[in-house]
Design a protein around this ligand. Structure first.
Ligand SMILES: *Cc1c(COP(=O)(O)O)cnc(C)c1O
Length: 380
């Protein structure tokens, strides 16, 4: 190493992240328009222009969430920050909570809820399966749960959880439903109002195709009421929605400095989505997923989740016996610039996870991956 005051560019070369094709569980590829938006000059977080941009961003977020919810904002932080905002604000110490666990992110929810003092009960399904409204209802009744938390799109398993009847069951018992839509928002229908989701959160770097950094969240009037009736203070200062809302709402009170460039990126990313139209976007995700599924089956690979519950933005495919998981992924990255991911938890070493999210969901990417995989597998 050279001494600290002699800069040697050999040791610190210019940034060059290369032309990666991102087909993993996130981040997805970022639309060029979004990257350009991030290069715009940074202005103040209380600049009238920025305040206007915040209003427009909230409108576009309501469109993407398909909701009229007033309280709809991008949390500063990634999807996990939005998850933590949902937990910290809507669960009080001692609240009975039901968590549905069928993958990695159900466990993360449980971990967070425990830290905020929720009285947890859980139901489980193996990784790749989904829950029925009946089993949620039974567990909910037995535990007298006030809050149910469930993952819509389990990025660790590739399973898509139907939500409509579950929301009904939760509301019939007077509870509120928290839904993790990190991998579904902008890729498959989330429809917050129609389904009846009370608290729904997401992240920017999956199907919204914006760099990681913000976690959009939307809150129903009923959940807002629950928030205003809390007996205890929210145990997380940064994520306290009643305070954050004073900045995003009409009062415009400083809470923390909004990440300006990340918000530029989100705004442009949402414009790209609105321009394409949600229905067209869902259809594109479906078409490219089907192209991938057919192609993988043509390579004699088997898909982990049955068609009915298969998630368009994230496919899990079983690694054939005798094939070296790591070696294949390394070759994809080194020889073809393609990123896919291995399995997590129960599925570690058993599946590959292939993401077709947002701007990554394009036929040329599917065909490139299939060709590369075919060549690599034929040599193993
Ligand atoms: C990615 C993901 C998260 C966490 O988001 P980060 O942006 O990594 O913090 C949460 N839930 C699901 C389902 C995810 O796919």
């Amino acid at each position: 190493m050279s001494s600290p005051n002699v800069f040697d560019p050999k040791h610190y070369p210019e940034l060059d992240s290369g032309p990666r094709v991102l087909l993993g569980p996130g981040p997805s590829m970022v639309h060029p328009r979004v990257l350009r938006a991030m290069a715009a000059p940074v202005i103040g977080h209380l600049d009238p222009y920025f305040l206007q941009l915040m209003d427009r961003t909230q409108d576009l977020l309501r469109y993407v969430f398909q909701t009229k919810n007033q309280l709809t904002i991008p949390i500063s932080g990634t999807g996990s920050a939005a998850m933590e905002a949902a937990v910290a604000n809507f669960i009080e110490p001692g609240d009975p909570v039901l968590v549905c666990i069928n993958g990695y992110f159900g466990h993360r929810l449980t971990d967070m809820i425990q830290r905020y003092g929720g009285e947890i009960s859980t139901i489980h399904r193996s990784w790749g399966e989904v829950f029925t409204p009946k089993e949620v209802k039974e567990a909910l009744t037995a535990h007298q749960a006030k809050v149910v938390a469930i993952v819509h799109a389990e990025t660790s398993t590739g399973a898509k959880q139907p939500l409509g009847d579950i929301a009904k069951v939760v509301h019939d018992q007077g509870g509120i439903l928290i839904v993790d839509a990190v991998t579904s928002l902008g890729g498959i229908p989330v429809s917050v109002d129609e389904v009846g989701i009370d608290v729904c959160y997401s992240g920017t770097q999956k199907c919204l195709s914006v760099p990681p950094g913000l976690g959009p969240i939307t809150v129903s009037p009923k959940a807002e009421e629950k928030l205003s009736e809390r007996k205890t203070i929210v145990a997380n200062w940064y994520l306290d929605l009643s305070m954050v809302q004073k900045y995003w709402g009409t009062e415009r009170t400083y809470h923390h400095t909004a990440p300006i460039s990340a918000n530029y990126a989100l705004y442009e990313g949402l414009r790209v989505i609105a321009e394409e139209g949600l229905e067209n976007r869902w259809q594109r995700h479906r078409q490219n997923a089907e192209l991938l599924w057919e192609g993988l089956e043509d390579l004699d690979l088997s898909l982990h989740v049955p068609m009915k519950f298969r998630l368009e933005p994230l496919t899990t495919v079983r690694i054939p016996d005798g094939v070296d998981d790591l070696k294949v992924r390394k070759q994809l990255l080194n020889d073809y610039n393609i990123e896919i991911a291995g399995g997590l938890g129960e599925l570690k070493g058993k599946v590959w996870r292939i993401g077709l999210m947002g701007y990554s969901s394009r036929a040329e990417n599917v065909l490139l991956l299939l060709t590369a995989l075919e060549r690599i597998l034929s040599k193993q």
